[in-house]
Write a protein that binds this ligand. Structure first.
Ligand SMILES: Nc1ncnc2c1ncn2[C@@H]1O[C@H](COP(=O)(O)OP(=O)(O)O)[C@@H](O)[C@H]1O
Ligand SMILES: [Mg+2]
Length: 191
C-alpha cells in the first residue's frame, strides 16, 4: 500500500472508531479535555486564539469557544474556501455562524485575520505521542500552518485517536501540545 492509501485507510478506521463513542461519552471526555486545556499556562497569556468548530464526532469545542468569547479574547474560526484554502475569520458571537454545504457551522464573511495567533486548537483524525497529525485528507491545516504564524499549536483528540505510527509526508505539520481526556502531551523541548 502506498502512503496515500495508508493515510486513507487509517482515516477510515479511526473515523469509524470515533463515531462509535456515544454522545454522552464524547461530551464527558470533551469536558475533561477542556479542563486540561485550562491547565496549559499559554492560555493565561494568550490574546488571540484560533479554534475549530466541532462537527459530528469531533472533540466538542462549543463550550471552549463560548468561554474564550466571554474572556474577550480575540477569536477566529476556520472557513474553507475551495479545495485547498482555509481562512481564519474573526468571531465575536456564536450566532454569527451558519451551516455550510456540509452542515459545518461557518462564518458568513471571508474576511481573514492577518495577525499571528497565540494558540490554534486543531482537530484531526489520528495523532501520535510525538505530535504528528493525520487530518481529513485535504491538507487544510498543513497549508494554513505553513502560511500563518501560530505560537502554540494544540491538537485535541480522544485517546482512541492516538496511534503508534502515522504515514507522513514532509508537508504534515506537527503539533506543540496534544490533549486527550487522559493526558496532556507536551512536545516542546523545554530549555
Ligand atoms: N503546505 C502544503 N503545500 C502544498 N501541498 C500541501 C501542503 N500541505 C499538504 N499538502 C498536500 O495536500 C494533500 C493533502 O494532505 P494530507 O496531509 O494528506 O491531508 P490531511 O493533513 O488533511 O490529512 C497532500 O497531497 C499533501 O501533499
Ligand atoms: Mg497532513
Amino acid at each position: 500500500m502506498n502512503l496515500l492509501e495508508q493515510k486513507k485507510q487509517l482515516r477510515k478506521t479511526i473515523k469509524q472508531q470515533r463515531s462509535m463513542l456515544s454522545k454522552a461519552d464524547r461530551t464527558k471526555m470533551s469536558q475533561q479535555i477542556n479542563q486540561f486545556l485550562d491547565e496549559i499556562p499559554e492560555f493565561n497569556q494568550a490574546k488571540s486564539i484560533f479554534c475549530y468548530i466541532s462537527y459530528l464526532s469531533e472533540v466538542e469545542t462549543r463550550p471552549l469557544i463560548s468561554a474564550f468569547l466571554e474572556q474577550k479574547l480575540s477569536m477566529a474560526v476556520p472557513k474553507i474556501i475551495g479545495k485547498t484554502e482555509m481562512l481564519a475569520v474573526p468571531l465575536t458571537d456564536l450566532s454569527e455562524l451558519e451551516p455550510d454545504k456540509m452542515g459545518i457551522l461557518t462564518p458568513k464573511t471571508n474576511q481573514a485575520v492577518p495577525d499571528p495567533f497565540d494558540i490554534a486548537i486543531t482537530p484531526g483524525l489520528g495523532f501520535t505521542e510525538r505530535g504528528e497529525r493525520l487530518g481529513y485528507g485535504r491538507g487544510y491545516y498543513d497549508r494554513w500552518f505553513a502560511n500563518n504564524k501560530v505560537k502554540t499549536k494544540i491538537g485535541v483528540a480522544f485517546e482512541l485517536q492516538i496511534v503508534d505510527d502515522l504515514p507522513l509526508e514532509d508537508t504534515d505539520m506537527p503539533l506543540d501540545i496534544l490533549v486527550t481526556e487522559k493526558r496532556i502531551i507536551d512536545l516542546r523541548s523545554h530549555s
